[in-house]
Design a protein around this ligand. Structure first.
Ligand SMILES: [Zn+2]
Ligand SMILES: [Zn+2]
Length: 248
């Protein structure tokens, strides 16, 4: 677990601490407001965001501390909130001794979809609270037993599925990031295509060029031969299906 201690995110000290010895489990939350989408690509902003939540809870709500037991950023870091064996205050009156409260740093607008790293981080936080805080097996959403949209539809659907760790399909992820290679373009992955065609038995004459020229009949012919062998339309384009097939 990528734990960020309170001293590391420069948390304010709590005005008071109420202990508890165990809970039935954990409730998952989102911020309810807008989360800046820039957060998704800049972990440097995350401690600022967590401090903002704490300030809102202490100064706005008048709570003793940030209301959550732990906070998970889009990069999967787990920020220590009130922590294990301490009563949270984010679940709603009467519901705080039942469950720890874990915030996923997504909101109702802006950044709304939890990343795989965030989902893994939430599971890390749940396991930590079970280990250090005697949390029971339940994983619920804030809306369970309380009138709120929290934790938002995306996180709630995941909670209802049992909060599984995301399955990483490396080929699928890689293919989603690879460009469609077509005649007339220069791209570093034109060279990748040449190497893959070579590896798959359709070697181009030039293995090293980054350019797929409009009149490059050699490369077009190799791509089409590869596509024909794999039941794909021979249009001279090396797209997603080709990447999937060549990398499988
Ligand atoms: Zn909530
Ligand atoms: Zn982050």
């Amino acid at each position: 677990m990528k734990l960020v201690e309170r001293s590391e995110w420069k948390a304010r000290g709590p005005r008071g601490v109420t202990r508890l010895s165990s809970t039935k489990g954990v409730k998952v939350h989102y911020t309810g407001g807008r989360v800046d989408p820039a957060l998704a690509t800049d972990h440097g902003r995350c401690d600022d965001a967590v401090r903002g939540v704490q300030n809102g809870h202490m100064d706005g709500n008048g709570w003793a501390d940030i209301g959550y037991s732990m906070v998970v950023c889009p990069h999967g870091y787990v920020f220590m909130g009130r922590g294990p064996l301490v009563l949270p205050s984010a679940n709603g009156a009467g519901l705080n001794s039942g469950h720890y409260a874990v915030l996923g740093l997504v909101g109702a607008s802006g950044l709304t979809r939890p990343s795989d790293a965030m989902l893994n981080g939430i599971v890390d936080a749940v396991e930590y609270l079970r280990d250090k805080g005697n949390a029971g097996r339940e994983i619920k959403g804030h809306r369970d037993g309380y009138a709120t949209a929290c934790p938002g539809d995306a996180l709630y659907a995941w909670v209802r599925r049992g909060a599984p760790r995301p399955v990483t399909n490396w080929t699928e992820r890689l293919v989603n990031e690879l460009p469609e290679i077509r005649a007339g373009m220069t791209h570093t992955h034109v060279k990748t295509v040449r190497a893959l065609l070579h590896a798959r038995g359709f070697p181009p004459a030039d293995l090293f060029s980054h350019t797929y020229a409009q009149n490059d009949e050699d490369l077009r012919g190799r791509i089409n031969a590869f596509k024909k062998a794999n039941g794909l339309a021979q249009d001279g384009i090396f797209g997603q299906k080709c990447w999937e097939t060549a990398l499988a």
